[in-house]
Design a protein around this ligand. Structure first.
Ligand SMILES: Nc1ncnc2c1ncn2[C@@H]1O[C@H](COP(=O)(O)OP(=O)(O)O)[C@@H](O)[C@H]1O
Ligand SMILES: [Mg+2]
Length: 411
């Protein structure tokens, strides 16, 4: 077993309970259908992999979803933003397996679909963890993982005592409703804490943490199949600005022991939590030590780079895992790569005239999400592979600068 692959063999005692409903490949006569709930860029990129594998894909999209519905042939559009169980059941029963573009899906609805015999991957119990930051932290603590110091707070006085104990500023994360840093509040003192508490009380409890001096952030993707096979990808380095991922570099420049430990932790988490599909594990690195920041049981922004940089992309491996197919190699296939997100800097950004300049950058691969421009919205990403991370990063930024009309948003 090489450190690159960390392949874990199928283990019949360690499967999720969904295993009984998996696809029986030797008996399959027509392509299975994967359902994808949510019509954003992850659905778009999953669909690209489904095409390569010859798999049918059926999309369940909200009325306002923009990216993926442009491309799917089979789409169920919810009648409103708050999906009704009959609509989603009607969709799910037409699919051999259902997976997700995002985790903002009620675990109760997913559990109901499981009871009705639909194969939902990740399962409702995995979604319960990812959809609630407080539950997630508590479960990770029970399992003994190394985490940032935190307290689950239900009252303002608990928050202000935490601030007094650790010193301000502190970080408040409501247990539900946040993503891309929208749900991470840096709080300077008691007045600030009171206003956050009052305006977000419907998202209690809060995870409260000291504001840490991070040396670096990184991420490891684990992928686990319905067969029990589990692999991890090499650790990448991520750069966040105001809570939102801006760039990813691979391989991350972490000491070898840190990168190996991060892969070990991610693989162990995927197995202990019995996740099926991709599990993204975000890490903080402080003083040479790893802390698990959070988990996302789906393809992840830090894994977009795998499309060009690794033998098998996170999207293809997610589908292979959900369908019970052998997983593809997670090894890097280039010396280095960088991914930079394209973040909209206006409400009406016309990218088309900027394409020729952007695509003239050597080695640049562009992924646009067909989303309308809105300030601070991720509307695409660029990946460059090269001989070194520095070279790849410079070219990726150059491409994004062209697409941004040189008005890059920084901080
Ligand atoms: N306690 C903390 N101290 C310093 N920075 C933090 C802390 N918590 C979060 N951050 C920063 O905010 C980013 C987003 O926080 P995270 O908890 O991952 O929420 P989200 O669900 O929005 O990704 C992190 O990647 C990190 O850059
Ligand atoms: Mg995060």
């Amino acid at each position: 077993m090489s450190i690159q692959q960390e392949r874990r063999t199928p283990d019949s005692e360690n499967h999720s309970d969904s295993n009984s409903k998996t696809i029986d490949w030797p008996k399959v006569t027509k392509p299975p259908t994967v359902g994808i709930i949510g019509g954003g860029q992850l659905a778009q990129m999953l669909y690209q992999s489904a095409i390569s594998l010859g798999i049918e894909a059926h999309l369940f999209a909200s009325p306002t979803d923009e990216a993926a519905p442009k491309y799917f042939r089979d789409i169920t559009r919810a009648s409103s933003e708050s999906w009704t169980p009959p609509e989603i059941y009607h969709f799910a029963q037409k699919c051999d397996a259902v997976t997700f573009d995002h985790e903002l899906v009620s675990p109760n609805i997913v559990r109901e679909l499981e009871k009705r015999g639909c194969l939902m991957l990740p399962t409702a119990s995995t979604l319960e963890l990812s959809a609630n930051k407080a539950n997630q932290r508590q479960r990770l603590t029970q399992l003994g993982y190394s985490l940032p110091p935190y307290q689950i707070c239900n009252t303002l006085s608990e928050i202000t005592s935490f601030g007094a104990r650790y010193g301000w500023p502190i970080v408040i994360k409501p247990s539900t409703g946040g993503y891309d840093g929208r749900g991470v509040y840096m709080v300077d003192g008691e007045t600030d804490a009171a206003s956050i508490f009052n305006s977000l009380s419907s998202h209690l409890p809060f995870v409260v943490e000291p504001k840490l001096q991070l040396d670096a952030e990184g991420s490891v993707l684990a992928v686990r199949s319905t067969t029990g096979e589990c692999l991890t990808y090499p650790m990448v380095k991520t750069l966040q600005v105001e809570g939102m991922c801006r760039e990813v570099t691979s391989p991350g420049d972490f000491p070898q022991e840190i990168a190996a430990e991060a892969r070990r932790v991610a693989g162990k988490l995927a197995e202990e939590l019995e996740v099926i599909g991709i599990l993204a594990v975000e890490f903080f690195v402080i003083d040479g030590k790893l802390m698990v920041n959070e988990l996302a049981p789906r393809p992840h922004n830090s894994g977009h780079i795998t499309i060009e940089a690794n033998v098998t992309s996170q999207f293809e491996n997610h589908l292979r895992a959900v369908l019970g197919l052998p997983l593809g190699s997670t090894d890097l296939r280039v010396p280095a790569a960088a991914m930079v997100n394209l973040i909209s800097n206006s409400n009406s950004q016309n990218l088309l005239p900027l394409l020729p300049a952007a695509l003239s950058v050597k080695g640049a691969s562009l992924h646009l999400y067909s989303k309308s421009s809105r300030k601070n919205r991720k509307i695409g990403h660029v990946t460059v592979t090269a001989g070194s991370v520095e070279e790849a990063l410079e070219a990726a930024h150059q491409t994004v600068d062209h697409l941004s009309g040189l008005e890059i948003l920084e901080g």
